[in-house]
Design a protein around this ligand. Structure first.
Ligand SMILES: [Zn+2]
Length: 360
């Protein structure tokens, strides 16, 4: 029993309640030299300093700073260069999330990887040939990709309480929406990240058991947050260089679900009730360089041995038939002709026999 009737509130209690109210006043939020007062929004650019062979770059951001203190939710778009629905969704969120009625703070990273975005390069940065989402937590004096990762880690992830890395299929990838739930971090972080995945609402969730748990070698953006004790999520919505409305609004809806789940906004969509949990999963890769012919579509169910893609040489000779190693569902398939040895051709995943039980 823990009832507390008004007549039980003595003068001391009232003073304590008042003091608690004062203590919870929201302080300004400063990022990249820009200050957002409580209940306002501020935008600016994080500076990535130059290094050998480049002049550095900028990372445009917006801070939507609520009137009351609460979670600091970082949403990061454009980690890869040709992933547009996340970038466009964050442009909309800038105007649709109202700071005066928000509890906590939303940090929008509009284009994380500006060199790749402007050069329209898939997977790799144009200056260093590195995949930004494989070099975290980054290095202060490293390559351009490593310096971008360092700024994102130290300025954004370290300041956030929750992080969502918003992706879609890159320019060559045809994809059905899904999210990754990483289960290799501390149990409380894993449990809270599962709740984030449910709140974001995508109905296919890959249970990821292969992320490193060393914060000094976290490799992936979302994993950088998790190895630092912060719940995080990677989501995928859209792909193939498209800017379709459905993929953009799916991200907006997902963020609205997370804002409600975290108590940052009163209203929002309910969590996904019965997601498809995916266990065993594999990125299928080409052993050859040549022309790629996809043979499946995203969302398609495949049997063990189903032909996923064919690779030919530049004279039409078949080099390789790539088949699914197990029965499952296609989450993405590479749907443009260029393929280089070792690169992905598709991603298949099998329904999980059981969802891991995590003690909070
Ligand atoms: Zn991506």
């Amino acid at each position: 029993m823990n009832h507390c009737t008004p007549r039980m509130l003595g003068p001391v209690t009232l003073i304590l309640l008042t003091a608690a109210g004062v203590a919870r006043a929201q302080a300004p939020f400063v990022l990249g030299g820009v200050t957002a007062a409580p209940g306002t929004l501020a935008s600016g650019d994080l500076k990535v300093p130059g290094g050998a062979g480049d002049e550095g770059t900028v990372i445009p951001f917006t801070v939507i700073h609520g009137s009351r203190p609460g979670p600091v939710l970082a949403l990061i778009a454009g980690t890869h260069g040709v992933e547009y629905p996340p970038v466009l969704a964050l442009q909309r969120l800038k105007t649709s999330v109202e700071p005066r009625t928000l509890t906590g703070t939303v940090v929008l990273i509009h284009v994380a990887n500006m060199p790749s975005f402007l050069a329209r390069t898939i997977y790799y940065g144009p200056k260093d040939g590195q995949n930004l989402n494989r070099v975290f937590p980054g290095k202060r004096d490293g390559t351009l990709s490593e310096r971008i990762a360092f700024v994102l880690t130290s300025e954004v992830i370290d300041r956030a309480t929750h992080v969502i890395d918003v992706h879609c299929g890159d320019g060559n990838e045809w994809l059905r929406p899904y999210s990754y739930w990483v289960v290799t971090s501390a149990p409380a972080v894993v449990a809270a990240s599962k709740d984030l995945a449910l709140a974001f609402g995508l109905d296919h969730i890959v249970i990821d058991t292969e992320r490193p748990n060393d914060p000094a070698a976290s490799v992936y953006l979302a994993n950088t947050a998790m190895t630092r004790g912060k719940p995080a999520l990677t989501v995928e919505s859209g792909g193939w260089s498209r800017t379709d409305e459905e993929s953009i609004t799916r991200v907006e809806r997902g963020v609205a679900g997370v804002l409600k789940h975290l108590g940052m906004r009163a209203d929002g969509p309910a969590p996904v009730a019965h997601p498809v949990w995916l266990g065993r999963n594999e990125v299928l890769r080409s052993a050859f360089t040549g022309l790629l012919y996809p043979m499946v579509e995203p969302g398609q169910t495949v049997a063990q041995g189903t032909l996923v893609a064919r690779v030919t040489d530049f004279h039409g000779k078949v080099l390789e038939d790539i088949r699914s190693p197990f029965a499952g569902e296609v989450l993405y398939v590479v749907a443009t002709p260029p393929i280089a040895k070792g690169e992905p051709v598709g991603f298949v995943a099998e329904r999980a026999a059981a969802v891991p039980e995590i003690k909070k």
